[in-house]
Design a protein around this ligand. Structure first.
Ligand code: SAM
Ligand code: SF4
Length: 330
């Protein structure tokens, strides 16, 4: 069991399997990104060893993310490998966060590997806006991917970043669209992570405002449902769908935090909003046994901070945390 200094049980790990992506979302990446050289990345075998060690140490839920996890070559091999822990009962859940571009190809394979739910990031239902937000994304391809996921029997949760002046007039429509399809919807505030081309203070839209606007049309019933993360959930009475609000900027959720993140280079970040990290790649590569790796994981958890202090700084304009979301995977 992994317990941190504040008695929080660490049962959830998000693992980024690549920093690359086939999209260039405006809030996430600059258009010209320099990605890591291949030798820096954990191999799929190393990722499997890492995930399996975490499961042996008491982690019950793994989420694979990125960059775009489904663009990594042979990623389905890794997903099937990690899926074996679901069949033994050592792992409760294996999920994927994806932009949806490769879902049509992989939805059935995911189900066969034991994945039951996927999070698909989709900020708009308008093809032109979609193009403007993702820069390189193809709307029809993502819609096809979402359909394929549904048809394969995957539960779909849509993640949408609330962006001022970009999609704020569409949130009602997205609640309706998700409700009609039986998808949960989670709204996310922009977080000051990594340099992007634009100014983030222009994009920031507080979800307290979004919620107040939604309440004019929908009946939002508070739910106790918690994931240990920054999301708070309500039930939309009219659709029966679940709606989440991820508000790292306006709320403090750190006291119930049950998670850590590992990047595709094997760096474990104990908090999304802090720089402190431990290197797991060196112990992974230095010996075939897992003892050094386990010790490094324990050392990291012992340093998990109490919380973070995000601010979008209007004067400095610099991100609060220099690394991009595509490094830690959100
Ligand atoms: N490529 C996959 C995807 O888009 O779902 C997985 C990785 S992506 C970094 C994970 C999530 O982080 C996405 O839902 C994305 O919208 C969100 N995200 C990226 N940058 C963000 C930022 N600066 N603030 C808030 N959310 C962000
Ligand atoms: Fe790629 Fe996801 Fe970042 Fe968009 S949010 S650029 S899809 S990693």
């Amino acid at each position: 069991m992994l317990i941190d200094p504040f008695a929080r049980k660490i049962s959830y790990v998000r693992v980024s399997v690549t920093d690359r992506c086939d999209f260039r979302c405006v809030y996430c990446m600059a258009e010209n990104m320099t990605f890591l050289p291949k030798a820096e990345l954990l191999t799929l075998e190393e990722l499997d060893r890492l995930c399996s060690t975490l499961v042996e140490m008491g982690v019950r839920k793994l989420r694979l993310t990125g960059g775009e996890p489904l663009v990594r070559r042979d990623v389905m091999w890794l997903i099937r490998q990690v899926g074996r822990h679901l069949r033994t009962g050592a792992l409760d859940e294996l999920t994927v966060t994806t932009n949806g571009s490769q879902l049509a190809k992989h939805a059935e394979g995911l189900v066969e590997a034991g994945v039951r739910r996927v999070n698909v990031s989709l900020d708009t239902l308008d093809p032109d806006r979609f193009q403007a937000i993702t820069r390189w994304g193809r709307f029809a391809q993502v819609m096809g991917g979402i359909e394929a996921a549904k048809a394969a029997g995957l539960a779909v949760k849509i993640n949408a970043v609330a962006l001022k002046g970009v999609n704020e007039d569409e949130i009602d429509r997205m609640v309706e669209w998700c409700g009609e399809r039986g998808f949960d919807l989670t709204l996310i505030e922009t977080m000051p992570l990594g340099d992007i081309d634009g100014d983030r203070t222009d994009q920031y839209l507080p979800l307290s405002l979004v919620r107040a606007r939604l309440e004019r049309r929908w009946t939002l019933e508070d739910l106790d449902y918690r994931t240990g993360g920054p999301a708070r959930y309500v039930r939309v009475a009219e659709t029966g769908g679940r709606l989440g609000f991820i508000t790292p900027m306006t709320h403090n959720f750190c006291e119930s935090c049950n998670r850590v993140r590992v990047t595709c280079t094997g760096t474990m970040y104990m908090c999304l909003g802090q720089e402190d990290a431990v290197d797991l790649r060196t112990p992974l590569r230095s010996s075939e046994g897992n003892q050094a790796l386990e010790q490094a994981i324990r050392d990291g958890i012992a340093r998990k901070p109490k919380g973070h202090d995000f601010i979008i700084d209007r004067r400095r304009k610099a991100p609060a945390v220099a690394r991009h979301m595509s490094v830690t995977g959100g």
